[in-house]
Design a protein around this ligand. Sequence first.
Ligand SMILES: [Zn+2]
Length: 233
Amino acid sequence: MGLSKLWELQEMQLRLQGLQQQLQASGLARELKKEKERLEACQATVRAKMEEREALRRQATALEGTCRDLAARKKQLEAKLYSGETNNPKELNNIQHRIDTTAGELAREEEKAMELELQQEQLEAWLQENVARLQADKANYRENLAHYRSWREGLQQEMDVLAVNTSQLEGEIEPDLLVLFNNLQRRLGTRALAKVVKGTCSGCHLVIPAVLLREARGGKFIYCESCGRLLLP
Ligand SMILES: [Zn+2]
């Protein structure tokens, strides 16, 4: 009677250990943590690129203004040149010179504006691709995290129930027997109790001498002579 309860207890303990090992051996938590860090780094890069986009927009607006001003100045100078206001060759020359300088400056600024536009296009393409990928990866991560959590919760619940049942069962076992069993487990590990199956020890498969089996039938506790386990006849 006592021994079969012990067997039940040992089965529960083994099941509990198995679940604990499953939880510890799973690399899921580590993988999820790594993925989270990677996503955070991606997010930071995207944020920096978005800030860069804003800066480029401001630059482009400023450049547009500069070009507009230069074009207006050039037009004004040209109007002055052809207005007939002055015939003084030196002054006309001077105006022409200023027109040329302004035109050169305008061309340079327009080229800058074109380069800037190209930069903006490239950045926009990068953002389009990477933001979409980041969103998809994030959704995937959240799904995996939810799966992992529900798996872990299920395992934890099962372990909690097993822990309660184990201590309940321990309460039903004679204290002396429990102490004996615990001491044996400290020496031999959790599987300190073995069954006698077809005259052999289920722990090490060695044959149990008939004399021991007779003693067991007489109510005595017997131990495997090979592995030292307490035997349940
Ligand atoms: Zn044995």
